[in-house]
Design a protein around this ligand. Structure first.
Ligand SMILES: Nc1ncnc2c1ncn2[C@@H]1O[C@H](COP(=O)(O)OP(=O)(O)O)[C@@H](O)[C@H]1O
Ligand SMILES: [Mg+2]
Length: 247
């Protein structure tokens, strides 16, 4: 199998905390791969190691045949990353934020201007492009974050909890963007706290808890395994929903 990301025995500790505790997995070229886990599971730590932002304690990471340890610069050239924390400047407009990001990647001024417009279009922010981010809703910010991660035309896109905090409508919209990018050939590694999101987006996923991989496979199988833990509550449309609302 042609794995674009190959991770073996990855470990990262912070003092006594084993944030990432000996994990191994592979991501196939062209797929959407998910890390599903609760707060504190080690998702962000893992993604920050893979995107070269923090150093691993031990283990081997190969990304597109590049060794993360010795070829971090080359790795950076082929990846994009949207962090869990918002990575943009509130006092600037969406256009300005994207333009700065383009220039950071040494894209020419002329091309940067074009690219900013293309990206705003991709995430449906053309109209809002000249508004300061301080006036943006959560959904708009997440979309701008995604656009920012796309500036470098990455082969692999890392998204850390791309929809946490969004309402269902915005979440579905972002899912569509992510699927669209994947259809155009971008390999996507994403983390989430939501089984539904992993189920909707991921071709394959790992369930991670306390720094360890506890399950891995296709969403279908994992859902079936965990089926006993899921409770679905619904109301008949002609039923007394007013009672449900009152509670
Ligand atoms: N810079 C840090 N210093 C100390 N502890 C950290 C640091 N970053 C993360 N941790 C700890 O590592 C564990 C995993 O955190 P994190 O990777 O952020 O999990 P997740 O993204 O799944 O919520 C947590 O216990 C967290 O408190
Ligand atoms: Mg996190």
């Amino acid at each position: 199998m042609d794995d674009i990301i190959d991770v073996k025995g990855l470990v990262k500790t912070f003092g006594d905390i084993r944030a990432v505790d000996d994990i191994s997995f592979g991501v196939r070229r062209g797929e959407i791969f998910g890390f599903l886990g609760p707060n504190g599971a080690g998702k962000s730590t893992a993604i920050k190691i893979l995107t070269t932002l923090i150093r691993k304690d031990s283990g081997d990471v190969i990304i597109d045949d590049l060794d993360l340890q010795t070829q971090a610069d080359e790795v950076r050239r082929i990846i994009g990353y949207a962090s869990q924390e918002v990575g943009v400047d509130n006092d600037l407009t969406a256009r300005e934020n994207l333009y700065i990001q383009c220039r950071y990647y040494h894209i020419t001024k002329e091309r940067s201007k074009q690219k900013v417009e293309e990206l705003l279009k991709t995430v449906n922010l053309v109209e809002a492009g000249d508004r300061k981010l301080s006036t943006f809703s959560g959904g708009m910010r997440k979309r701008l974050d995604l656009a920012t991660a796309l500036v470098s035309d990455p082969q692999i896109l890392f998204l850390d909890e791309p929809t946490t905090g969004l309402d269902p409508k915005n979440r579905k919209e972002l899912w569509d963007y992510i699927r669209g990018l994947n259809h155009q050939g971008t390999t996507i590694f994403l983390t989430t706290q939501y089984m539904e999101e992993a189920d909707q987006l991921a071709d394959r996923l790992c369930i991670i808890d306390q720094g360890r991989i506890v399950e891995e496979g296709v969403p279908e199988d994992l859902k079936a395994k965990m089926g006993g833990d899921t409770i679905t509550i619904g109301f008949r449309e002609d039923g007394p929903t007013i009672l449900a609302k009152a509670k």
